[in-house]
Design a protein around this ligand. Structure first.
Ligand code: HEM
Length: 431
């Protein structure tokens, strides 16, 4: 295909793509991505003062192609999430040159990535997860009890959709409940958060040196915590994934402390905010449509469709970044070796050539081949677990709740990376 003169976003338009505040108003964000996809589906985003330039990819087919071609589009050379020049330099100063704070699965490429992924792949398959169902159901029940105790009106996010996936992830990592808040705090310290209401680590008021100290301390604490857990899981292995990681060997040797910590951290970080966002999104769709809620109560076979559509409709992971390994062409544009690309899952999941009426929550969409879990070698390892968690929770909610409606304006978090509702006021009656 002939390449065209390079389309560019600069100035306000370019800043809008990387400003977390613009991810709060969902409809405006979708309008922006729609306009780009129609005119310039692969566009260069340039804000010289702020960040290295990158190609923004907004069409479903192009996002799919980049995701699946893991030889041409690599994860490890640059930051795998969008990062500005200051944060990029900060991370490199901590890691000694590595662009990613944590050496985790998403930041690795072949040949090491498949070796590491294989270690836990079976654990995350439906057959093995079945063993966890009773434990997950018990967590769902306790969570729904809390909602019921709130009596008729509550904010669904802090009470249900945020804590539940966190409990599940901590359970599979073998972290006792007493240490959960500490783990949450450590991950927040490490990754910061772009929304001041959600980032409780207090970083917003600190100098860069103080932030640096905090992050370095959090990484060290995390490694020390899991080094101890590793010893326990080697002495007394259990059914959890932490035992698999602690006892795993690559080329006859256990993983290094840094690699093990990277594994634990990716599971802890990838497993909770994401599922929390899709869970809150499903609840929002049901609260807005009482008839759909009643139909679902009467026919639980509709639940898998609701869960899948909620995962598409919310697109909790909003983007990932890739780096071109060679000169290539994408969507009519010349991409040079080492160019950085942002694949927008939000934009891909709202591509109207694939999803008719993409903004509509349509639980009967079939097929529903959304890109919320990515595709290719890095496709979400936890996708079966995420669906299972949601199904178990909604079955519990449907047993206990008779009617449901919105009790106020839901609000989205400010974030360019993992995004979703930070508040969802609901009113409900009990069965
Ligand atoms: C990777 C989304 C839940 C663990 C990913 C990726 C996405 C994603 C987009 C990158 C895919 C790619 O690069 O092609 C989601 C969403 C979730 C969810 C939307 C919930 C609705 C979970 C859960 C876990 C998990 C519950 C486990 C506890 C991982 C891991 C990776 C990953 C380990 C890295 C895989 C690799 O690089 O090989 N996820 N995720 N995720 N996810 Fe999830």
């Amino acid at each position: 295909m002939a390449t065209q003169a390079e389309p560019r976003l600069t100035g306000e338009e370019a800043l809008a793509i990387v400003d977390p505040a613009n991810y709060v108003d969902w409809d405006s964000l979708l309008d922006r991505f729609d306009a780009l996809r129609r005119k310039t589906p692969v566009v260069r985003v340039v804000n010289d003062e702020v960040h290295d330039p990158f190609w923004l990819v907004t069409s479903y087919d192009d996002v799919m192609r980049v995701s699946k071609d893991n030889k041409l589009f690599l994860n490890s050379p640059r930051s795998i999430t969008f990062s500005d020049k200051n944060s990029g330099a900060f991370v490199k100063s901590i890691t000694g040159g590595d662009p990613n704070l944590v050496r985790s699965l998403v930041a690795l490429d072949a040949p090491i990535h498949p070796q590491y992924r294989r270690l836990t792949q079976d654990w995350f398959m439906p057959k093995n997860l079945r063993k966890m169902e009773d434990e997950i159901r018990a967590l769902a029940k306790v969570t729904v009890d809390r909602l019921v105790d709130a009596g008729g009106e509550a904010d669904f996010v802090p009470l249900v959709s945020a804590p539940y996936p966190l409990h599940v992830v901590m359970q599979i990592l073998g972290v006792p409940e007493a240490d959960e808040q500490r783990m949450l705090f450590l991950t927040q310290q490490m990754f910061g958060g772009q929304d001041e209401d959600l980032n409780k680590s207090g970083m917003a008021n600190m100098t860069p040196e103080q932030v640096m100290q905090l992050v370095v301390g959090a990484v060290a604490d995390f490694e020390a915590y899991f080094a101890k857990l590793t010893q326990e899981k080697r002495a007394n292995p259990t059914d959890d994934v932490a035992s698999v990681i602690a006892n795993a060997k690559v080329d006859g040797a256990h993983l290094s402390d840094r690699d093990m910590a990277g594994y634990y951290i990716i599971l802890a970080a990838a497993g909770h905010d994401t599922t929390s966002a899709s869970t809150a999104g499903a609840m929002l769709a049901l609260a807005r449509d009482p008839e759909q809620f009643a139909r679902l109560k009467a026919d639980r076979d509709l639940l898998p469709g609701i869960v899948e559509e909620a995962i598409r409709w919310t697109t909790p992971v909003q983007h990932f970044m890739r780096t071109a390994a060679e000169d290539t062409e994408l969507g009519g544009q010349k991409i040079a070796k080492d160019d950085w690309l942002m694949i927008s899952y939000i934009a891909a999941n709202h591509d109207e050539s694939i999803f008719p009426e993409p903004r509509k929550f349509d639980a009967s969409r079939s097929p529903n081949r959304h890109l919320s879990f990515g595709a290719g070698a890095h496709q979400c390892l936890g996708l079966h677990l995420a669906r299972l968690e949601m199904k178990i929770l909604f079955n519990e909610l449907l047993d206990r709740i008779e009617t449901l409606e919105l009790a106020g304006e839901p609000k989205r978090a400010k974030s360019t990376f993992v995004g979703g509702l930070k508040t969802l006021p609901i009113r409900f009656s009990l069965s």
